[in-house]
Design a protein around this ligand. Structure first.
Ligand code: HEC
Length: 163
């Protein structure tokens, strides 16, 4: 195919894609594109293996490490229980038990924890948590308790300054 021909085809495809976007509800299409981009391009570490075994001890250790600062945004159960602003962030804070999140490999979850997700509110833990802590948290993410079973984070009890 001649070069100008290829450009003509590409141009057509591009304008078709634009029309296609307008014709369908933008929210859904946008969300699907964002999900796809995150899962296949943004988030690295797909094949990194978790060196931590999923024993009862390690699940508990992961829960403790999650308790340091993940809970203020994700809730003690990783499912936003008691987090008042979870739905008001952009993008909203997802349930870590959801199929979308569980679809990531262990290596990808570790990558997300280490690097955060810019430009959303999901912070990077590099230099704050050790590699072992991050991998151990991944073990906990694979064994989250039933939603609501752990109550809400203490930070939201309103007792911060009470003696
Ligand atoms: C300041 C609030 C905040 C804190 C603290 C926080 N997160 Fe998040 N987290 C978010 C937000 C917002 C998102 C949604 C990001 C997105 O979809 O781009 C998110 C998303 C995630 C995801 C799913 C990513 C996806 O693509 O759906 C995982 C896994 C995660 N966080 C784990 C953790 C862990 C583990 C910790 C603690 C080390 C933590 N987060 C601390 C706000 C936070």
């Amino acid at each position: 195919m001649r070069l100008d021909c290829i450009f003509a085809v590409l141009g057509c495809a591009a304008s078709f894609a634009l029309v296609g976007c307008k014709a369908t509800p933008p929210g859904k299409v946008e969300a699907a594109v964002v999900q796809w981009t995150k899962h296949t391009l943004t988030v690295r570490g797909t094949h990194d293996k978790n060196p931590i075994q999923s024993t009862a001890d390690k699940i508990d250790a992961g829960k403790q490490a999650f308790g340091f600062y993940c809970v203020v945004c994700h809730g003690r159960d990783g499912q936003n229980t008691g987090v008042p602003f979870a739905g008001n962030m952009s993008p909203p804070i997802p349930s870590l038990a959801s199929a979308e999140v569980q679809r990531y490999s262990d290596g990808q979850l570790k990558w997300i924890i280490e690097n955060g997700l810019s430009p959303s509110g999901m912070p990077a833990s590099k230099g704050i948590l050790s590699d072992d802590d991050m991998w151990t948290i991944v073990v906990y993410l694979r064994h989250l308790p039933p939603a609501g079973s752990l109550g809400e984070p203490r930070a939201y009890s309103g007792e911060e300054y009470e003696k």
